[in-house]
Design a protein around this ligand. Structure first.
Ligand code: DAH
Length: 342
């Protein structure tokens, strides 16, 4: 038996010396110590020995097992270390090499315009208010003096929620006026930029989702003069000191009197051109003195307070500012378009 054991140890030693991968060491472990391994076979044969022979044989076999295990472990750890050293050498990092620059995005032109407008109005003492994009019929229409059956609802067809006609995507940022008046006491001076929705088909100048900015000022003694002053300053900030504006009478259900503000075409100076479609003026926004009914529906006494409001679409302003000819570019998120604003 001793001889057989020495043979196993010798063979193992030879083969381990030749092994170059951990897998080979593992195979040898199975060869020697596995269920059908060489040593296991010998141990099984010990049953045939006499009771006197057994203890000595058992001791020898055990010593051989310990030796075999340690040989296997030594070989495995030598290979592991060699593998680690190889990797350290191969995967050497040159820390003096310039890093890979992270890809930097840029602000979307809409975001840039919203930020710029917000900064401008905040500079004039306005606060920024927000409201939900899903509105109820009351806030979107009724509280803005647009009761059911009012013809003004026709130009503001929107998206309703199946099974509940009371909820819709807001058609303007105007409902935020109502929410602010219900929850704040005058003096109120807010702007509200945000997304609005209408069921319009997509073309170069229309989109079912677009952006507006709403303004509302309510206090004692607010007049049309305040409205004209603030909006004129605003136009000069956006279009330059030489910008000329005009106020044209208009109709909105929630303001009385109402007006639209135009800016003289900055492309032709008023003579008429393609940009202003021959008008000489470019329409910028709607505005007016908040209707007394709108004030009182929101819990503000129109005998004590008065206010003005305005609302404008932002896509058009962004398009003019950046010379963008098609509104669809704003929503398609083509990086070739967006990169131009980096
Ligand atoms: N809500 C109007 C629209 O979507 C814009 C507007 C006009 C808002 C006059 C106002 C305003 O606050 O006073 O066309």
């Amino acid at each position: 038996m001793k001889e057989k054991l020495r043979e196993i140890v010798d063979t193992l030693s030879e083969r381990l010396a030749a092994a170059s991968a951990l897998k080979e060491v593992e195979d040898l472990r199975v060869w020697a110590l596995g269920k059908k391994g060489e040593l296991t076979q010998i141990l099984k044969g010990m049953g045939a020995l006499s009771p006197e022979e057994r203890p000595a044989a058992g001791q020898i076999a055990n010593e051989a097992r310990v030796k075999i295990e340690s040989m296997l472990e030594t070989a495995a750890s030598t290979l592991r270390i060699a593998e680690l050293e190889r990797r350290i050498k191969d995967e050497d990092i040159d820390i003096t090499m310039p890093g890979r620059a992270p890809e930097r995005g840029s602000r979307h032109p809409m975001t840039a315009v919203i930020d710029e407008m917000s900064r401008l109005f905040v500079g004039m003492g306005f606060e920024i208010a927000e409201g939900p994009e899903i509105e109820t019929d009351y806030y979107n229409f009724v509280a803005l003096n647009i009761p059911e059956q009012h013809p003004a609802r026709d130009d503001q067809d929107t998206f309703y929620f199946e099974g509940n006609g009371n909820f819709m995507l807001r058609t303007a940022t105007s409902p935020v006026q109502v929410r602010v008046m219900e929850s704040q006491k005058p003096p109120i001076r807010i702007i509200c930029p945000g997304k609005v929705f209408r069921s319009d088909d997509v073309d170069a100048t229309h989109s079912p989702v677009f952006h507006q900015i709403e303004g509302l000022v309510v206090d004692k003694g607010i007049t049309l003069g305040d409205l004209k002053g603030v909006l004129t300053v605003f136009a000069k900030e956006v279009f330059g000191d030489k910008a000329v504006v005009r106020f044209r009478p208009h109709y909105f259900p929630f303001t009385e009197p109402s007006a639209e503000m135009d800016v003289r075409c900055f492309s032709c100076g008023g003579a008429g051109c393609r940009v202003c479609k021959g008008e000489g003026w470019i329409e910028l926004l709607g505005c007016g003195m908040v209707h007394p009914k709108v004030l009182s529906m929101s819990g503000i006494d129109p005998e004590i307070y008065s206010g003005y409001a305005f609302g404008m679409g932002l896509e058009r302003i962004a398009m003019q500012r950046y010379g963008i000819l098609d509104m669809r570019l704003m929503f398609e998120n083509d990086v070739r378009f967006l990169r131009q604003f980096a």
